[in-house]
Design a protein around this ligand. Structure first.
Ligand code: CP3
Length: 346
């Protein structure tokens, strides 16, 4: 336990102000790295890649070897949960596609494979843990129920979310059954990740920003709160990061009500607001624009300085506001690593 508590990332997530803010990047493993593309070519498809522990562990470790982030994030995907729940999930050239479940058939249409289908993910965690540098934290993750439900009901990415939002508006009890099913599976899955060695977990709610306040409370805050409560009962020492992307003014309510230890800020959250209204309650993580990282140069330097100077005064983890884009030059990530290693004046 002492070994875990000393890690910089865990300290920051628990609310401590660190001598140097720890950092990692969402989607730090991925197509922008040539070694990732080579590894990816060894698997027949993306799901096989995620469920082959040797390959997934290697993908997890690649960015840490190159850039020495303070954390590795498990290489997997949020859509492994719908698959484990019995939905057909495929990844094509245009992103994921699922056999959408409809409000008429609802969750009854699913034929649960059981969470044993996710055992390879825990094996990945054990493999990564055996090779992780001292001081580097392993983060586990899952999609938050709302975001996972959007993929399950829309059958893939969407612009307006008519299927999932329509279902939630017309038939709240039926939609609640879907949210409950995903929430329970997610709680067990994150518990299994922690048992296997994950030292912190993040809930990705990528599409929380499409909901009005009342629905945000029902489908984002409530399920997140239940998952956090249940994890905290069993694993009180494991920090939970919530990422209600696009949450806008509702970030504050999310931070106050869900019980998460930290919130991950999207690029649009103003630094002063985060400092005054969020960091007084929870640790914050974020929020460099992924396009600023792609662009590089003085704009990148300035953005990094702004973020560190404002948020570095409180409990803080440097990250992006969303994932690394595939076109990002790896050199820019190396530059970022150098900037973040520079002495930090508060
Ligand atoms: O490095 C890491 O952050 C860990 C691995 C990780 C992946 N997906 C790997 C991945 C994580 C944490 C995710 C989360 C995820 N997956 C989210 C939430 C975060 C976000 O981006 O908003 C979402 C919405 C998904 C669903 C998903 N997976 C989509 C929409 C896509 C297609 C878009 C794309 O970038 O191709 C994926 C595929 C995916 N997941 C890739 C990776 C590296 C690219 C596929 C490939 O390499 O062939």
């Amino acid at each position: 336990m002492a070994e875990q508590t000393d890690k910089l990332l865990v300290r920051a997530l628990r609310g401590q102000i660190c001598p140097r803010p720890p950092w990692w990047l969402m989607r730090q493993a991925g197509r922008y790295l040539p070694e990732y593309r080579a590894l990816r070519a060894q698997a027949a498809n993306f799901i096989d890649f995620c469920l082959t522990p040797r390959l997934a562990a290697e993908a997890t470790l690649q960015p840490v070897r190159r850039f020495s982030m303070d954390a590795a994030i498990l290489f997997a995907d949020i859509l492994l949960i719908p698959r484990a729940l019995g939905q057909k999930v495929e990844f094509g050239d245009h992103g994921p596609s699922l056999d959408a479940i409809s409000p008429e058939t609802g969750v009854a249409a699913l034929s649960d494979r059981g969470l044993a289908a996710l055992d390879p993910v825990c094996e990945t965690i054990r493999l990564v843990k055996s090779q992780l540098p001292d001081g580097t934290t392993l983060i586990g993750f899952a999609g938050a129920p709302w975001t996972v439900a959007t993929y399950m009901a829309e059958g893939g990415a969407s612009r307006d979310y008519p299927a999932v939002k329509g279902w939630a508006y017309r038939d709240p009890p039926g939609f609640q059954a879907l949210i409950d099913l995903v929430s329970e599976a997610t709680t067990s899955y994150l518990g299994a990740q922690i048992e296997a060695g994950a030292e912190a977990v993040q809930l990705f709610d990528s599409w929380s920003g499409v909901l009005p306040e009342r629905q945000f409370a029902l489908w984002v805050i409530e399920p997140t709160k239940r998952i956090v409560e249940s994890l905290k009962r069993r694993y009180p020492q494991i920090p939970v990061i919530g990422f209600p992307r696009g949450g806008g003014f509702l970030y504050e309510r999310y931070a106050a009500e869900t019980g998460v230890d930290a919130v991950s800020l999207d690029t649009t959250v103003p630094l002063g607001v985060a400092r005054e209204r969020l960091q007084s309650r929870v640790a914050v993580q974020g929020n460099l624009d992924p396009i600023a990282l792609l662009a590089g140069g003085t704009a990148l330097e300035q953005a990094v300085r702004d973020i560190r100077e404002t948020l570095g005064r409180g409990p803080f983890v440097f990250n992006l506001g969303h994932g690394v884009l595939p076109q990002t030059p790896p050199d820019h990530v190396a530059t970022l690593a150098r900037l973040l290693a520079e002495p930090f004046v508060r």
